[in-house]
Design a protein around this ligand. Structure first.
Ligand code: RP5
Length: 169
């Protein structure tokens, strides 16, 4: 797991509760990479490394981060706990769990009490990709060059959609 992109200003922190989440969260990192957004990827567990989480969330804004993407599975307290310790926007990605297919992760992340928001995305890869796209959209409000890259990415996606259905091979 690469801990940080090699070039560009560091703007997005991608954190996850376990190395086992990387298979999902790598899609967030890859999307950020494609859009040329400087980011770092770290394992930060709310339950196993609470002091690491405290340090990360408390220090994030001061280190220049603008958005945190937090992915976790099961009793997924990482996004909410991170949000409680930073004013940065936190985007939560429910990782698909074995026991409950990610419903536990989703419900742990989405139902935050009023006052501590987490922007909750879909379970799994779709949520990871969309978290990165949402972070890009936020950053693009004050970054015209990124806005153009995001528009171009969306145009490619639109052009790639076939007009006709096709039988599976
Ligand atoms: C959570 O527990 C992690 O986010 C992960 O999704 C889940 C399982 O972790 P491992 O037991 O695979 O390390 O904290």
């Amino acid at each position: 797991m690469p801990s940080q992109t090699t070039d560009g200003e560091l703007r997005v922190g991608v954190i996850m509760g376990s190395r086992s989440d990387w298979e999902t969260m790598r899609h967030a990192a890859e999307t950020l990479e494609t859009l040329g957004i400087g980011h770092e990827c770290k394992v930060v567990s709310a339950h196993r490394t609470p002091e690491r989480l405290y340090d990360y969330a408390r220090g994030a804004a001061g280190r220049g981060l603008k958005v945190i993407i937090a992915g976790a599975g099961g009793a997924a307290h990482l996004p909410g706990m991170a949000a409680s310790m930073t004013r940065l926007p936190v985007l939560g990605v429910p990782v698909e769990s074995k026991a409950l297919s990610g419903m536990d992760s989703l419900l742990s992340i989405v139902q935050m009490p009023a006052g501590v928001p987490v922007g909750t995305l879909a379970i799994g890869r779709a949520g990871a990709v969309n978290a990165a796209l949402l972070a890009a959209a936020m950053l693009a409000t004050t970054d015209e060059a990124l806005a153009e890259r995001l528009d171009a990415w969306r145009a490619v996606q639109t052009a790639s959609v076939a007009h006709d259905p096709q039988d599976p091979e």
